[in-house]
Each structure stands twice: as structure tokens, then as C-alpha cells.
Design a protein around this ligand. Structure first.
Ligand SMILES: [Zn+2]
Length: 215
């Protein structure tokens, strides 16, 4: 089962993939909401997987690590970049937050870093988990450490790619339109229709059945 936990701040999603009581956490945007969900349902987190290094997806990573000592999986570049305020963009979180929401960021304007991931891979990685399979593929463009995580070949956690109603963003520091066009775009386009897409912001949807213009 896949549950979306949406943080109020910047509408960033954290996902919980569960099998029985076992859980995998994807991204760490909202620690308190994840903790609530885990406690309410009596879940046991076993891994945290990261889609990319940007602050709004890892805001509460260290908080979650304190609570659950589970391995974090990230590509090498993402693992390196979460350790630096300039590459996780927390040094400009205030500006990006204001730009996106029109509201001044309160209580969160401090820069932060995270410890490196425990499971570090280069461009591709696969992981079996309780009868499921996660496939990771690094797809630079939005950021150098962006990956798409596919679950059982039919559900994709796409981070800041394939967000409904948004164009792909490559203009942030570390982003590369060239990498996006030459490496990533064709891979995203080749995701089969019918795949469930779980983006880092906004609602999930089925590829090929995007809701158009009803906002
Ligand atoms: Zn991002």
C-alpha cells in the first residue's frame, strides 16, 4: 500500500510504502506527520529512500533517522549534496519558499545538512524488499542527484519530475537543461502509460490520464 503524506510547507510529499506493518519511507519532507502515521498504524520503518537532495524533500531526514535507525538509500551525488547547505539549497530555502508560496517561511529559515546515506549507489540500483522490488535510476537535470524510484515495475516515485501541471524545472542551482534533454527526458517519456506516478509535489495520477486544466 502506498500512502502520501503531504507537508504544508511547499506541498512536498513523503510516501510510505507498506507491506503488513513493515514500511519504507520515501523522502523526508514532514517528520511529524510521518511519525503520527507510523504510530497510529503501528508501522515499523525499515528504509528511507531519497529522490533527490533538495531541502524541501529532506527537511526532516535527521529527525526521522533519530526516531528510526534505518538505512537511508541515495545515489552518491545525492548523498554528497545533502551534506552541504549550498547543494541541498537550504541556504536559499527562504527565497524559494517565498517564491513558491508567497508566504514568509517561519521557524524553518535555518540552513541544515544531513549525514551521508548508508546505502550509496551510482546511477542504478535495485533492492528487494518483502516481496517487492525497488529500482533506482539516476536522472539528472532537475538536480545532479535526482533519481526516479520504480516499485514493482508499475509505480514511479518521480521526485520533482512529472509533477502534474508543472514543467520540468532545471533552472535551480545544480540543474542542467542539457542533462535533462540528453539523458532524462526520453526515459521519463518512455515510462509506460498506466504507470502510477507519485511525484514529490501534488497528487498521484496514472500516466496517460493526467487531469488537464481543472485547477
Ligand atoms: Zn527539487
Amino acid at each position: 500500500m502506498i500512502t502520501r503524506i503531504s507537508a504544508d510547507r511547499m506541498d512536498s510529499n513523503t510516501y510510505l510504502v507498506t507491506e503488513g506493518r513493515s514500511a519504507v519511507i520515501i523522502d523526508a519532507a514532514s517528520g511529524s506527520a510521518v511519525l503520527r502515521e507510523v504510530r497510529e498504524k503501528g508501522l515499523v520503518p525499515e528504509f528511507i529512500l531519497l529522490t533527490h537532495e533538495h531541502f524541501d524533500h529532506i527537511w526532516d531526514l535527521e529527525e526521522l533517522r533519530k526516531e528510526f535507525s534505518v538505512p537511508v538509500a541515495a545515489c552518491r551525488i545525492c548523498s554528497e549534496r545533502i551534506q552541504d547547505v549550498k547543494t541541498n539549497l537550504s541556504n536559499i530555502a527562504d527565497i524559494l519558499y517565498y517564491y513558491k508560496t508567497g508566504v514568509v517561511l517561519e521557524g524553518r529559515s535555518k540552513t541544515f545538512t544531513c549525514r551521508p546515506a548508508e546505502i550509496v549507489y551510482e546511477d542504478r540500483y535495485s533492492m528487494e524488499w518483502r516481496g517487492h522490488r525497488f529500482d533506482f535510476q539516476r536522472l539528472p537535470g532537475h538536480s545532479p542527484g535526482s533519481v526516479v524510484i520504480t516499485l514493482d515495475g508499475n509505480s514511479c516515485f518521480t521526485g520533482d519530475y512529472l509533477i502534474q501541471g508543472e514543467e520540468e524545472i532545471t533552472r535551480l542551482k545544480g540543474g542542467s537543461e542539457e542533462d535533462y534533454q540528453s539523458i532524462t527526458r526520453s526515459v521519463l517519456e518512455a515510462i509506460p502509460e498506466g504507470t502510477r506516478i507519485f511525484p514529490g509535489h501534488g497528487d498521484e495520477y496514472i500516466k496517460g490520464q493526467e487531469s488537464i486544466g481543472n485547477e
